[in-house]
Design a protein around this ligand. Structure first.
Ligand SMILES: Cc1ncc(COP(=O)(O)O)c(C=O)c1O
Length: 401
């Protein structure tokens, strides 16, 4: 029997982890690498709040160790509706919520449910890479719409408009954004919704960083603003509740027209059933995360704000780099302007890794619009950021000399 692997996985790439094997080699040869590539707060001085950890142990002791309903335990779906109502002003019916193994699984579900071969989806340029992967996995074409750096990475409405066609199956908003850290103004979100209404296309809104914002009141959930467009909301526990390794997320459908919601939910539920369920004790802990103390969120933002401000100040002092100050999440997306010193942004990232042992992600790994940029996290404590930016500064000064 000839052994053959599928062709379908050929195009899949994940820039955020692609350079890690090289970094491990560099580490063996030239000492400590500072990893600024992965957005995982738990790798630094952030930890899952104790009451959430206790809830997980208790769930296991209380024998919540069975398969849960595929769409998630009812308690959690209700807690998610409560959370969306309380923090995002979104009225969502718990029966329109599906619990997933992280937002990553939610992205897979949404792409599988909406994309057939030859279909297109409009996604930000640059965008969090798994959207590209999962759309391609189902034979679709991710089409990046322009985001305007000089206007705080605001989506270009005209560009979206010119790229909509009869094969466009959804428009994606990532807000707050990864990799740029942008938060979209309410009127921008409304304009995207209006366009979606005109062409009768649903909007998918990834809001995993919804509470990691540095100015209160700026972020508005897409589903809270929709009047006539179905919004498929994606959210999770990894970032705001410091539960990256626990793999818990969710999808909800908010459809003011009520025309499409049942179909979308039942389509998504087919996938949910095909993979049985997500981890039941983790779901029990998720209820406590959403309904219990939220004190850690404020503490996390205070730490991150100081780290963001420090990082932006350092970048502003480095020749050849400039950055739009992020308003949310924990990423910086600086522009590299080193007059042809590098063949590409990947060349920049690799040279920085070899010469100064700092690992960042090349901007083109986030698709169109990411070229000539890199993405760095600002999660580490100031001492580590200081060392990292000293190295980046030395590197850029050498190259610009
Ligand atoms: C915009 C965005 N969506 C989804 C994810 C995946 O999150 P999860 O850990 O819930 O799978 C990430 C992780 O970095 C992200 O930045």
């Amino acid at each position: 029997m000839p052994f053959k692997l599928s062709n379908r996985l050929e195009p899949l790439k994940y820039a955020i982890r692609d350079l890690v094997p090289i970094a491990k080699e560099v580490e063996k040869e030239s000492g400590r690498v500072i990893y600024l590539n992965i957005g995982d707060p738990l790798k630094f001085d952030f930890d899952t709040p104790q009451h959430i950890k206790d809830a997980l142990s208790k769930a296991v002791e209380d024998r919540w160790n069975f398969y849960s309903p595929s769409e998630g335990i009812q308690d959690l779906r209700e807690a998610i509706a409560y959370k969306e109502r309380t923090f995002n002003n979104v009225q969502v019916n718990p029966s329109h919520v599906i619990v997933t193994a992280g937002v990553s699984e939610a992205i897979n579900f949404v792409a599988a449910a909406l994309i057939d071969a030859g279909d297109e989806a409009l996604i930000p340029g640059p965008a969090y890479a798994p959207y590209v992967n999962f759309i391609q996995l189902y034979g679709g074409k991710p089409v990046h719409y322009r985001c305007i750096e000089s206007e705080g990475w605001k989506p270009d409405l005209n560009d979206i408009k010119t790229k909509i066609n009869e094969r466009t199956r959804f428009i994606l908003i990532i807000n707050p954004n990864n990799p740029t850290g942008a938060i979209y103004d309410e009127h921008v979100v409304k304009e995207i919704l209006d366009l979606a209404a005109t062409y009768e296309i649903p909007v998918v809104s990834d809001e995993i960083y919804d509470r990691i914002v540095y100015t209160e009141g700026v972020f508005k959930s897409t589903a809270s603003l929709t009047k006539d467009v179905p919004v498929i909301g994606l959210n999770g526990f990894s970032k705001v509740y410091l539960m990256t390794g626990w793999r818990l997320g969710y999808i909800y459908v908010k459809d003011p027209t009520e025309k499409y919601v049942d179909n979308i939910v039942s389509h998504l539920n087919k996938l949910a059933r095909a993979r049985l369920s997500t981890c039941t004790p983790v779901q029990k802990a998720g209820v406590v995360a959403l309904r219990g103390s939220q004190r850690h969120v404020k503490e996390m933002i205070e730490k991150l704000r100081e780290r963001r401000d420090y990082s932006c100040k350092r970048i502003d002092e480095i020749p050849g780099l400039s950055v739009v100050k992020p308003e949310g999440a924990f990423y910086l997306f600086p522009k590299i302007d080193l007059n042809g010193k590098f063949k590409s942004d990947k060349d920049f990232a690799l040279s920085l890794l070899y010469e100064e042992q700092v690992l960042v992600v090349h901007g083109s790994g986030f698709g169109e619009g990411g070229e000539n940029h890199f993405r760095s996290i600002f999660l580490p404590p100031i001492e580590i950021l200081e060392e990292a930016f000293d190295r980046i500064e030395r590197f850029c000064r050498k190259k610009s000399a």
